[in-house]
Design a protein around this ligand. Structure first.
Ligand code: GDP
Ligand code: IMO
Ligand code: MG
Length: 425
């Protein structure tokens, strides 16, 4: 048995990763974030409470598990402090259970300003980022100008001043005006707050745990279609969101990777700009948004909604090596007489099931139409209760993708999660 499993989004993010990581955590010793930062908003619900996590792994609510923020994550100390303090106020003290890699990069206040300035400069072509400074921080990492968590124990004042001065030069050249006085104060308080946590050589820490026989669940952020290499570039985030990112973002060898859980909604959403072939700009899209409460967990922005896109999902399954599928928000399609699934793209009159290089124009989705299940799914507790039409929808997806759907989610609560068993298991 391999001991590092990865759970990640197969669409454009917000698939429900936080909920399922929380559900699966009891089966693991360690939960680790490996990329992204506070652009993520992972929602968990249990015992009538709702929590939204941004940088902190979704394993923190299940007993005394070890939680790790890996080197591949970009961390904003001010937002981190806010998040951790909110959790502490609800009785979840993380200081003994959360470990942070020295090699994770810090989001500076000026990174956030740069994010806004670059978006403003793009005008109508803006990415629609979350405004959290993600792109500029990863840019500094790649251009070897970044500031890392480990730096807070060195001559931090000098390191910080140098990075800030570089950013100020860029912002001056862009003619962008800003005031970070308050943000900088909060940020410095965040830096002090970080010192309460155990800052580790993350790659050694996680490999020692593995050598001791511990099992790790890696929690992806964003989704495969937002991957910087394989997503709908340039309308993507700035990290590798695919399973390979778990290796570089934690320092674990690919040989340690076991199961890859690929999570998707029974339909599809996207927030921010960029192409979305199955988007429904009509009353069906509005109905999905209303019923599914499809508004950003972090920004509150309206999420764009559409039918499930099996062409994009097949691409995502290939890139990640998905071994188990997880279908979320099945309950949102409860009262549709029929549901549609995109099975091919027509590109300039030619049908293909291979995700094209450019999906920005000229794509016409080809749909299969299936009977809806028209049953309230939210109270179901076992797959034996699934209506025939719902099973047919799952089988259709499994046949197309060639991977079994092992978990079905029928509501936001931890309890509204149903495992599917294959004969012989
Ligand atoms: P993440 O970023 O992948 O963790 O997902 P988000 O938390 O951004 O968005 C998922 C939203 O759907 C959250 O509001 C969840 O509470 C909610 N949710 C998750 N699973 C289900 C489900 O099966 N049914 C319903 N109705 N809501 C769900
Ligand atoms: P979770 O982990 C959905 C989108 C933004 C924008 C693009 C780039 O909750 O699924 P960025 O701020 O990363 O530079 O923005 O990526 N985006 C997300 N969309 N869920 C997320 O995270 C996202 N994180 C970033 O809307 O289009
Ligand atoms: Mg989210």
């Amino acid at each position: 048995m391999k001991s590092v499993d990865v759970l990640l989004g197969l669409q454009w993010g917000d698939e429900g990763k936080g909920k399922v990581v929380d559900v699966l955590t009891p089966r693991y010793d360690v939960v680790a974030r490996f990329q992204g930062g506070p652009n993520a908003g992972h929602t968990l619900e249990f015992e009538g409470q709702k929590y939204v996590l941004r940088s902190i792994p979704s394993g923190i609510f299940q007993g005394d598990k070890i939680n790790i923020i890996g080197n591949g994550v970009v961390l904003d100390p001010a937002l981190f402090k806010q998040e951790a303090e909110q959790l502490a106020a609800t009785g979840h003290d993380l200081t003994k259970r959360l470990y942070i890699s020295k090699k994770a990069h810090l989001i500076l206040p000026t990174h956030r300003v740069l994010d806004a300035a670059y978006e403003a400069a793009k005008g109508a072509a803006k990415v629609g980022t979350t405004g959290k400074g993600i792109g500029p921080t990863y840019t500094d990492k790649a251009s070897r100008n970044g500031v890392r968590v480990g730096d807070i124990f060195g001559d931090f004042a000098t390191i910080y001043a140098k990075a800030k001065a570089r950013h100020e030069d860029i912002l001056r050249s862009l003619g962008y005006s800003y005031d970070i006085t308050e943000a900088e104060k909060e940020w410095m308080e965040g830096i002090d707050y970080l010192k309460r946590f155990t800052i580790v050589d993350g790659e050694f820490f996680v490999n020692h745990l593995l050598d001791e026989g511990k099992s790790v669940l890696c929690e992806g952020a964003q989704g495969t279609m937002l991957d910087v290499d394989f997503g709908s570039y340039p309308f993507v985030t700035s990290s590798n969101t695919i399973s390979a990112g778990a290796c570089t973002g934690l320092g674990v060898s690919p040989r340690r990777i076991g199961d890859v859980y690929g999570i998707f909604k029974a339909y599809c959403t996207r927030v921010g700009s960029g192409p979305f072939p199955t988007e429904l700009d009509d009353e069906v899209g509005d109905k999905i948004r209303d019923k599914g409460h499809e508004y950003g967990a972090v920004t509150g922005r309206k999420r764009r909604c559409g039918w499930i896109d099996l062409v994009a999902l097949k691409y995502a399954v290939m890139l990640n090596g998905v071994t188990k599928l997880i279908m979320m928000k099945s309950d949102i399609l409860d009262d549709f007489a029929t549901v549609k699934a995109c099975v091919a793209y027509e590109v300039n009159g030619v049908e293909t099931d291979q995700f094209p290089y450019d999906i920005s124009t000229g794509i016409r989705p080809v749909y299969a139409e299936l009977p809806g299940w028209q049953t309230d799914m939210t109270r179901m507790t076992s797959e034996d209760e699934f209506p025939e039409e719902f099973n047919a929808y799952i089988s259709f997806i499994e046949d197309y993708l060639g991977v079994p759907v092992k978990i079905v989610s029928v509501g936001p609560d931890r309890e509204q999660t149903i495992e599917r068993y294959t004969e012989g298991e």
